[in-house]
Write a protein that binds this ligand. Structure first.
Ligand code: NAP
Length: 600
């Protein structure tokens, strides 16, 4: 196929697959992927436009590896067969067992698009691969490449990696058609035993979401964030409505972070609370967003998001929507992954009308290969491709799909586009300078976000789609303290100068903190006709006060306020008062952010 295909040793084990005799298999040792300098990597060229793009990409990947490592590293490609090519070789079998076995055995592979034959009881090939190799995470990086047409004003702000759970949710196919005995049986059970209410004749489907499935997906996303120096992992869910599936996904996600990555993760709550908006070095922020808000956020504030972990259906919608935002539908890469086994793939279909015309854009498969090189730890080769790509597009050298969107562009075929990229790669790129510029840009953007969080935490929450959950998210942190011996007159000056409604009163002899509000002063000093100059704070301060820990939920705080008849609660960390939450704070937050309900 490509110039790099190795001499193959026929193996009795396989009918058509030839494992290259040169090269070594990638292996797993002590829970880590070990990639030799001469690894054997599997590929499936795919149907329709598959052969055209695969041919082009193999040449580009090989050129990048050659240039990056001066010949010390080289991929030994092993062709495996799925789809129409497999059917031709294996007596009509589109998904031969030996292909599945080799893909599993080689650990890392890449595939072009495949035709799923219609009818005849065939499983979708992609579903078969996913199930047989237990590829539970669908990973889609989405970023913008300069020059690629996009409907966004600032597509450069999009740079996310989405981890979509691949094995459960409504995709398990547990569905019962209306009018069938199964549907009627389930409907009866739900109505009679579970007291569920729904319209007669409804089709019924089940949405299973498990701790096992959710946790392994989130674990992979967090590990990715750690390995790639990312800033945050956002759990995207619809838990405000589906509490025990989507809401549970969110909770299990936080649990994994807490239990398995405690040293390297903090929650967004801690970021705003404990760290006052300043992200500590080496810590990844774990946050969550409701799915519908996430769609808005990806248009309005995409730079706030980095790695995303989400359930199957949300991920399906979200990955295509985000890819489309950066004009990347045609060039969006992807991979389906198990713990180690990974199949990288073009995300578009076989576009049969363009088959064998040397016409289409190889971008999707090309960048899936870039992901693959990164997965192998061959970042220098990956970066070479990523960095020269915008230069070629910038020169106006593009395939037909981009040519129709870019004025004055020169349309070239798939292989000519590959030639242009290879020429650039071979010409050499100052990788270090470009990486340095990228790093500096990243640091600058992170700093800007940090400053906004520090200066306007409430506004930031609102603008970035965060819904407050606990008193920590609402409380006033800048507390002003007075002592029992201060006069009410000086306390009034403090309240007035700082435009606040209450002061914290230092502990008395019994160690009890107190609080002094405007309202207390009006009712117990002014109305009682006392002299503020001679009245001491101790006489008016309210003690004992109701203190709650920072992680108290808003619902809990509202209940306590009601029960205690106070208008405010103090928030304590151990014996120290760190904030105050008032009825007004809760009211304002709910008015601003809406109310997602308890448990979310
Ligand atoms: P498609 O093959 O993705 O093609 C739809 C349109 O997308 C094409 O007509 C073309 O648009 C554009 N397009 C796709 N790939 C392109 C590329 N590399 N460069 C430029 N433009 C590209 O979707 P489909 O027609 O719905 O599906 C065809 C077959 O693919 C079906 O058998 C389906 O089952 C299969 N499929 C396989 C996979 C997979 O293996 N991962 C995924 C999806 C679909 P214009 O005509 O407007 O230029």
């Amino acid at each position: 196929m490509s110039g790099s295909t190795q001499e193959a040793a026929p193996t009795a084990e396989f009918r058509h697959i030839r494992i290259p005799s040169a090269g070594e298999k990638i292996r797993i040792e002590d829970g880590k992927l070990v990639v030799p300098d001469q690894p054997i990597v599997g590929y499936v060229e795919g149907d329709g436009i598959g052969p055209d793009i695969t041919k082009a990409c193999l040449r580009i990947w090989d050129a990048a590896v050659e240039k990056a490592y001066g010949g010390t590293r080289k991929i030994h490609w092993c062709e495996t067969f799925l789809g129409e090519k497999a059917a031709g070789l294996y007596d009509g079998n589109y998904c031969p067992d030996e292909t599945l076995k080799v893909l599993q055995d080689l650990i890392v592979s890449i595939k072009g698009p495949l035709t799923t034959p219609v009818g005849g009881g065939f499983r979708s090939l992609n579903v078969a691969l996913r199930q047989d190799l237990d590829l539970y995470a669908c990973v889609r990086p989405v970023r913008h490449y300069a020059g690629v047409p996009s409907p966004l004003k600032r597509p450069d702000k999009v740079d996310i990696v989405l981890f979509r759970e691949n094995t459960e949710d409504v995709y398990t196919g547990i569905e019962y058609k209306t009018g069938t005995p199964e549907n009627e049986k389930l409907a009866r059970f739900l109505r009679e035993e579970m007291k569920a209410k729904f319209f007669e004749g409804a089709g019924l489907g089940i949405k299973p979401i498990s701790a096992f499935g959710s946790k392994r997906l989130v674990r992979k996303a967090i590990q990715y964030a750690i390995d790639h120096g990312r800033e945050s992992v956002t759990l995207v869910h619809k838990g405000n409505i589906q509490k025990y599936t989507e809401g549970a996904f969110r909770n299990w996600g936080y649990e994994v972070a807490r239990e398995e990555f405690a040293g390297v993760t903090i929650t967004e709550e801690q970021l705003y609370g404990e760290y006052k908006g300043k992200q500590p070095d080496g810590k990844i922020v774990i946050k969550d967003r409701i799915a519908d808000i996430m769609f808005q956020m990806m248009l309005l504030r995409p730079d706030e998001f980095d790695v995303i972990a989400t359930t199957n259906l949300n991920g399906d919608y979200l990955s295509d929507a985000i890819a489309a935002e950066v004009g990347g539908m045609g060039i969006a890469p992807g991979a389906n992954m198990a713990d180690f086994v990974a199949v990288f793939e073009a995300t578009h279909g076989t576009a049969p009308k363009y088959a064998n015309q040397n016409k289409v854009n190889p971008g999707s498969l090309l960048f899936s290969g870039v992901m693959m090189l990164e997965y192998m730890g061959w970042n220098e080769a990956a970066d070479l491709i990523t960095l020269v790509y915008p230069e070629v597009i910038g020169d106006g050298i593009v395939t037909y799909d981009f040519a129709r969107q870019i004025d004055g562009a020169t349309e070239v075929g798939t292989s000519q586009f590959a030639d242009a990229l290879i020429e650039r790669i071979q010409g050499g790129v100052d990788l270090e300078a470009k990486r340095k510029a990228q790093r500096e840009q990243l640091v600058k953007e992170r700093k800007q976000r940090e400053v906004r969080r520090l200066l306007q935490p409430m506004e930031e929450m609102l603008d970035t789609g965060r819904i407050p959950h606990t008193v920590n998210d609402l409380m006033t942190r800048s507390l002003i303290t007075v002592s029992d011996d201060d006069s009410i007159d000086s306390a009034m000056h403090l309240i007035s100068q700082n435009n606040i409604s209450s002061l914290v009163v230092e502990p008395n002899g019994n160690g009890e903190w107190g609080i002094l509000t405007r309202r207390d002063i009006i009712s117990r000093v002014v109305r009682a006709a006392k002299n503020p100059l001679t009245t001491k704070v101790a006489e008016i301060a309210v003690r004992p006060i109701v203190s709650v820990p920072a992680e108290t939920s808003i619902v809990e705080a509202a209940k306590l306020l009601e029960e205690s008849k106070f208008t405010r609660l103090t928030v304590a960390q151990g014996k120290k008062i760190i904030g105050i939450v008032t009825e007004t704070d809760i009211f304002n937050a709910v008015e601003k952010f809406g109310w997602a309900g308890e448990g979310v």
